[in-house]
Write a protein that binds this ligand. Structure first.
Ligand SMILES: [Zn+2]
Length: 355
């Protein structure tokens, strides 16, 4: 089983997802904000011989186009399009398979996703493939039937373009780029857990339309919090798979499951989740910190170069230390070291299907 290196979609994507589930490993889905993080993801994936998912939140896409662009909606659309073109051009040269994806879109951001699908339609006419492999809709705060009917509408647009949809059932705690749900550590947090009956409903409605995946909540949270009363319960994933399997007599793990809020999770719970058909784990908070921590260390080591172009005492020029490529590269190195660890946790090292 081999796939041409580069951005995957349609049947190739399906094959990649199935290889993960059958092989009991998952791909890291890394939130990126610019060429630094995008290139670092491809570099570290290549050196680990692992396929990978590059994703953009609406804020990340906006930053890609430029935080100063006046029309922020336009920036969110154009930034995501620019990023996709960048990855389409470069990914095959890194020799790995890359899934291109956008992260949480709540009701307010549905027009962002629709605008990106418009761009994929144009791209598909010219190149026979979409710009993005998949998009996510997160309508988990709405009524389940409203959530699913909107997902069905969007998937109907995407399926003819060989695109896949990620949906969210149950609420991932914490906040990701303005979309999310604050955790009350003293409250009854049962709403943070996906109901297998809802997953079955989604399976029945969406399977005839096209390819989709489910971000199920099993106590996972965005960000890293002090240990609270939200417990990771991966058995919810197992129960959801089992309900679909017994109701529809499918093969094992019929659902494509996504693990949000992977940062700071216990390694044993990650491993357990992988056995229940999780093929994607999002990572953002930990890689943000890894990038910044490495830049911080660099600045500490070269403190004078961030104050003076030339040393006021001995005249040493500091150009080679304050050159932004130096400290951005230091950030990329830290970011990549954290991803080495993520790839190892997810078991994707050496598993690239790229040829
Ligand atoms: Zn998330």
């Amino acid at each position: 089983m081999a796939i041409k290196a580069g951005v995957v979609s349609g049947e190739d994507y399906n094959e990649l997802v199935n290889a993960c589930k059958e092989g009991g490993y998952a791909l890291a889905a890394v939130n990126c904000v610019g060429t630094d993080s995008v290139n670092a993801v491809m570099e570290v994936a290549a050196r680990n011989k692992s396929d990978v998912i590059i994703q953009f939140s609406n804020g990340g896409a906006q930053f890609y186009a430029g935080q100063g662009m006046e029309d922020s909606f336009k920036a969110k659309v154009l930034g995501a399009v620019a990023a996709a073109h960048h990855v389409h051009l470069l990914a095959e040269h890194y020799g790995i398979c890359v899934v291109l994806h956008t992260d949480h879109a709540n009701r307010k951001l549905v027009p962002w996703v629709d605008a990106l699908i418009d761009h994929s339609e144009t791209y598909f006419k010219a190149h026979g493939r979409p710009l993005y492999t998949s998009h996510m809709l997160d309508l988990s705060e709405e009524d389940i039937d409203v959530n699913l009917s909107e997902c069905a509408r969007v998937l109907k647009r995407m399926a003819p373009l060989n695109m896949s949809l990620e949906i969210e059932l149950g609420i991932t705690g914490g906040e990701e780029d303005g979309v999310g749900h604050e955790i009350d550590e003293d409250a009854d947090n049962s709403h943070l857990y996906t109901q297998p009956e809802d997953v079955l409903k989604a399976f029945e409605l969406l399977t005839p339309i096209g390819h989709f995946s489910v971000a199920a909540s099993f106590g996972n949270v965005h960000g890293v919090y002090k240990p609270g009363n939200v417990q990771l319960r991966p058995e919810i994933l197992r129960n959801s798979q089992a309900l679909v399997t017994t109701t529809h007599d499918t093969a094992k793990n019929p659902l494509n499951l996504v693990f949000h809020g992977g940062s700071g999770s216990e390694k044993a719970k990650i491993s357990e989740a992988l056995t229940y058909g999780v093929f994607k784990m999002n990572i953002d908070t930990d890689t943000q910190f890894a990038f910044s921590e490495a830049v911080g260390k660099y600045v500490e080591t070269h403190a004078k170069a961030f104050k003076y172009q030339i040393d006021p005492e001995d005249g040493t020029p500091y150009k080679k230390h304050y050159d932004p490529r130096k400290w951005l590269r230091a950030g990329e190195e830290g970011f990549m070291a954290r991803l080495d660890e993520a790839f190892a946790d997810l078991g994707s090292v050496g598993k690239s299907l790229a040829q």
